[in-house]
Design a protein around this ligand. Sequence first.
Ligand code: ADP
Length: 393
Amino acid sequence: MKILVANLGSTSLKYRLFDFSDGRGQLLARGGYERVSDYPAAIDSCLGELLKGGHIASESELAAVGFKAVMARGLNGCVRLDESAVEAMEAFNAIAPAHNPPYISGIRLFARRMPGTPLVGLFETAFYQWAPEAAMRYAVPESWNEAGVRRWGFHGASHKFIAERSAELLGRPDVAERARQLYVDGGISPVTGPDCRVISCHLGGSSSITGILNGVAVGNSLGMSPQSGLPHNNRVGDLDAFAVPFVMRSLGLSLDEVEGQMCRESGLKGLSGVSNDMRDIQAEAAVGNAKARLALEVFVHQARHWIGAYLAQLNGADALVFTAGIGENRGEMRASICASLDQLGIVLDPARNVRPETAECVISAEDSRVKVMVIPTNEELVVAREVHRFLNK
Ligand code: ADP
């Protein structure tokens, strides 16, 4: 069985093709396009490349197209993306304005292009379905909560991959299997043995930190929207809710202007005034740009804030994992985030951190109570596996 996973941005289309004849999912092909202006043509090119490369004999060989969908009103987990599901996604466009609309238009284009092929989405919120209710609630009137004003958590596919892989690396195949089986029966199996406590730091264009207890998330730094938690590339991160009415009144901004500035002119870009890319900001900080340095310091401060939150929630940690663009590639950021945490059992090995031996590795010192790891994430594999399971149900 072959499953295509499509990663949709407003001007990008990336794809990976998986073959499930072994039951676990092997990557057959990957590719993508940036600066897409004609989305239907990009979908045609993607399918054309799979045919030309001999990865599929015909389009009908695709059992499904899977999507790392963001969020929808009243839907969670892995679902068939029919028109009613797409409308449920649309109902939450205002919460995820940078993420939901490109997915919705992309899914509709795939539906038109491949009417006979099931389209299946795994929502980024799925991993948090079992987080304690107390971790997911804001102190708002019940009517707000019912309308969707609660912590949903995102980056679920990435953190679920880390939950599985970190447990394997910690020598806990039982916990890895428990994490893998999430979503299957709509519940979680009991766990035997000591607790397995992992803090997963997905640091990239969007960043989030999750606490994971025995393979199951206990919360996520991303709250109601993918604009919350740590500062992101150009999105604001956590902000006191009263800032919005305050700047509307005192700076005379309209609601649309405030929303636009929080989504496009804030985060690392807003703080540094330089760029939304960590590489540029670090280069500027290195030549003495004070705003760029402050942006890095705010990011580090926020990352430590959330790591601290989950250290308390989990009563310590067995592993602290770094993943995604910044987490996998920026050793200096990992070092800053982990500095002076020896009393909490976190000690990096500077040599291992600067020059990891392999893409996936342990970077903590031998005597560090918490194993600090770098694990490249694989969100598409998680989506493909869930879609495979959905089709076999
Ligand atoms: P997205 O959330 O858009 O998928 P990524 O996970 O690719 O983003 O992360 C983007 C961030 O990671 C940028 O700030 C960039 O500077 C940094 N980054 C990504 N790849 C690398 C790399 N190979 N080397 C250094 N930094 C990187």
